[in-house]
Design a binder for this molecule. Sequence first.
Ligand SMILES: [Fe+2]
Ligand SMILES: [Fe+2]
Length: 370
Amino acid sequence: MSATTPLDFDHVELLIGAVQTAEEANAKAVRNTVLSPRFYTTDFKALDKLDVSPVRAEWDAMMKEYEGDNNHDHFQRDAAFADEVRTLMPQLSPEMRQEFLDFLISSLTSEFSGCILYNEIRKNVSNPDIKQLMTYMARDESRHAGFINQSLKDFELGIDLGSLKRTKAYTFFKPKYIYYATYLSEKIGYARYITIFRQLERHPDKRFHPIFRWFERWCNDEFRHGESFALLMRAHPELLRGLNRWWIRFFILAVYATMYVRDHTRPLLHQTMGFESTDYDYTVFRITSEIARQVFPIEVDIDHPTFRACMTRLVELSVGHARAKERGGLFGALGQASCAIRAVWTFARLYFVPVKENALPAQVRVQAAW
Ligand SMILES: [Fe+2]
Ligand SMILES: [Fe+2]
């Protein structure tokens, strides 16, 4: 563990909460915290008015790829899957097992969040371009969520997706926030999966679960989903100008900070793969920032010393908040409030770290070459 990872196992347990039963797994998926994936709803009428004609040629080429569906047979387990699970899982320590379960549950929740949002948009719009796109993306996310759920079922911790859909709270986001946040989460999803895949390709002895063998073709779906939002935003350049630049800056930092804090609750997961959480996250930031040059007019400076110091501070404050919550009572409440205020202040400092200007390329789409 590096000096920038101020967590030990007690802190990790505090932050992620142990899961032993299917009820606990389902409760964890339903619960909304600052760090957990959420479900979203939006203004469907505004989405119905989107016009992709300024990017028609690139759009049509992308729709052909969706139609070709090169992953239609990918999300099925092979003969070796069950054997690998049987051999590898008993080798994990109980702490590591908890971190892996936390990873599966949060990944499933965010895959399913995409599935629900895209499906709801599909049902509520009549614009044929948007309807078709949402149909394809919901198809992909439903496969992804289902595939992760099979692995949770191996632990008898399957999530009841129907009940999750009915019981988890929905957050309303204006359409432009949906474009910024969803673009980022798709591209970050790609960067996370491909970074893990490449690492385990180099070190197959560290592949402690067969699901990681699926990540390469899987992350190409996420990459393409991100491309779709890049095209939608580039077709409406007003989304990328003026005050919206400040919103873009906000969303990049919010998404990066949430991921950073969340990942630092799972140091063992990364260690087992031969990573260190901080290095893994900066690799993911770097890939995401490089890709996002296709659409965002600004880029946050991930190498700025204040950026790095603020990220570390947010992890410390998150641990402090969890400790105060466990302590309870008046002092616990005061401790929580103090950590929350300092986290807002730290995020404000992060927000004013100077950004880099980026001139947008004429061709929007990029290749998934990482
Ligand atoms: Fe997905
Ligand atoms: Fe996706």
